[in-house]
Design a protein around this ligand. Structure first.
Ligand code: ADP
Ligand code: MG
Length: 262
């Protein structure tokens, strides 16, 4: 599989929720090895985009394509997208009582990488190594998934799952919200170990905090369901200083000096 195949190409994507148009022509290309940040005010459609990438049934695609590995993801059921190597990290991980972390992760690895591809002994070795790397106590691996876990513990489990699945495209949606700084650093450590020449990363966030630990090369600002501006890391600092309003109103109107905004 060559690198070009693993490029995520979102072209003129339109989507509605409950009949209301939310995405109004999103264009975005994420190549393997690239880290993109998608920022934007609350309600601009960031999570709608991640839900559309996941194939959430509440989000109706009304136009456009999402190419990845030679397929239009929008034509595929969610599990097929996962099998192609798409991994989405959401704000609120679910709890699965009665299924241990280790069982859940083995099932996920079998589903994505193919049953029997990874032997139980190799899986366990990799799992223990990953848990150690993410500072997860081994006792957690035999507890029911996310049942009674703290926000930080759930997030570590999700990152562990990601490390076991080795996705070709990783989307993090507001992964930093509700995490304390230590949990955030562990998340970043896992993400940064995974990302390399063969994985593309899209970090969706309202705040710049996570981008300190996972520095993007490309930054996009979503406003009213469209990418209103793209730039490099300097755009993060500009948004931090000036907020989002100057983009919404159009950059042509003289904005306040950086640092001058409250
Ligand atoms: P963001 O993640 O940028 O804050 P969202 O994509 O969550 O924005 O929301 C964009 C708009 O879509 C908002 O007006 C929100 O109320 C609406 N929306 C999102 N999800 C749903 C849903 N499941 N049902 C109804 N409206 C929704
Ligand atoms: Mg959101």
């Amino acid at each position: 599989m060559n690198d070009a195949d693993s490029t995520l190409k979102i072209v003129d994507l339109h989507a509605s929720v409950g009949g209301k148009p939310i995405l109004n022509g999103v264009n975005l290309t994420v190549r393997p090895g690239e880290i993109h940040a998608l920022m934007g005010p609350n309600g601009s459609g960031k999570s709608t985009l991640s839900n559309v990438l996941l194939g959430h049934p509440d989000y109706a695609v009304t136009g456009g394509t999402v190419e990845f590995r030679g397929r239009n993801l929008l034509d595929l059921p969610t599990e097929e997208r996962a099998r192609l190597g798409v991994f989405l990290c959401f704000q609120y991980p679910v709890a699965i009582p009665g299924v241990t972390v280790a069982q859940f992760l083995k099932a996920a690895v079998d589903a994505v990488r193919g049953r029997g591809t990874v032997k139980a002994s190799a899986f366990l070795r990799e799992l223990r190594e990953g848990a150690k790397f993410l500072e997860i106590d081994e006792v957690f691996l035999n507890r029911a998934l996310n049942d009674g876990f703290s926000g930080g513990e759930k997030k570590r489990m999700e990152i562990l799952q990601m490390m076991m699945l080795k996705p070709g495209l990783l989307v993090l949606d507001e992964t930093d919200s509700g995490l304390d700084i230590d949990a955030l650093k562990v998340v970043a450590k896992g993400v940064n170990r995974l990302t390399g020449p063969s994985t593309g990363l899209l970090v969706i966030t309202h705040y710049e905090r996570i981008l300190t630990y996972i520095p993007p090369q490309f930054v996009h600002v979503l406003v009213d369901g469209r990418i209103a501006r793209s730039g490099g890391p300097e755009l993060v600092r500009e948004l931090e200083a000036r907020g989002y309003d100057w983009i919404r109103e159009g950059a042509a109107t003289a904005p306040p000096a950086p640092g001058g905004a409250s």
